[in-house]
Design a protein around this ligand. Structure first.
Ligand SMILES: C[S@@+](CC[C@H](N)C(=O)[O-])C[C@H]1O[C@@H](n2cnc3c(N)ncnc32)[C@H](O)[C@@H]1O
Length: 203
């Protein structure tokens, strides 16, 4: 399939089934508290009571601030983790490297969040086009990442990139989906670096 990444760039060390890799629930966090607090603060600055949120590639935590969201839908690969996530009103399991089409209506979300996970997408152009489709006009996409990963499951393009090059990569994913990049956050505290690409649906 044609996508932003070439076949070489999308290769993983472990080409085995992603669902099997994430089959055992992991009730851990994937970045330090400084990163997670910064992410919650970013979400707080970009979202409001009443928003409809899609947390893509989620787990047992969503890092959302205390808000009265109208609806929070989660997605991931492990049902036990998603079931334990108190932020979610509903959730579904889907391997986005097998099937990029989301079972969600057009324009139904004000916010799409994708935390600490974009490095695992082998067809990011197709997935980001789905993020664009499910966003309401002027809806916001927040893609956050640090320098941690499951290295055998991250795509080659990500593994071989610097943090700034990773931000550039996420910008190309947004461009492929006609999402307008509004901000690229690059913060390097003593702890895990905090990077986020914020993009909006243009129409
Ligand atoms: C490092 S965890 C991050 C989870 C969560 N967003 C967080 O901030 O804690 C990576 C997540 O990516 C998701 N993921 C990895 N590969 C995937 C795939 N092929 N399809 C869908 N989701 C995938 C899994 O749900 C997994 O929980």
């Amino acid at each position: 399939m044609n996508d932003v990444l070439s076949d070489v760039e999308r290769a993983k060390v472990d080409a085995g089934d992603d669902g099997a890799f994430y089959g055992q629930p992991q009730f851990v966090t994937h970045a330090d508290d400084g990163f997670l607090d910064r992410l919650t603060a970013l979400y707080a600055s970009l979202t409001a009571d009443g928003d409809r949120v899609f947390d893509a590639m989620s787990s047992w935590v969503s890092h959302l601030p205390a808000r009265e969201y109208e609806r929070v839908v989660g997605h991931g690969l492990n049902a036990a983790e998603l079931d334990a996530n108190d932020a979610l009103d509903e959730w579904f399991v889907q391997d986005l490297n097998d099937d990029q089409t989301l079972p969600l209506d057009d324009g139904g979300f004000d916010v799409v969040a994708c935390a600490l996970s974009v490095q695992y997408l082998q067809y990011p152009g197709a997935v980001f086009r789905e993020f664009e489709r499910v966003l309401a006009p002027d809806g916001v996409l927040v893609v956050s990442f640090t320098n941690r990963m499951f290295p055998t499951k991250a795509v080659r393009a990500w593994r071989h990139a610097s943090m700034d090059e990773r931000a550039d990569l996420v910008e190309t994913y947004c461009a492929a989906a006609d999402l307008a990049v509004a901000d690229v956050v690059r913060e390097r505290p003593q702890t895990d670096p905090f990077y986020a690409v914020v993009a909006r649906r243009e129409d």
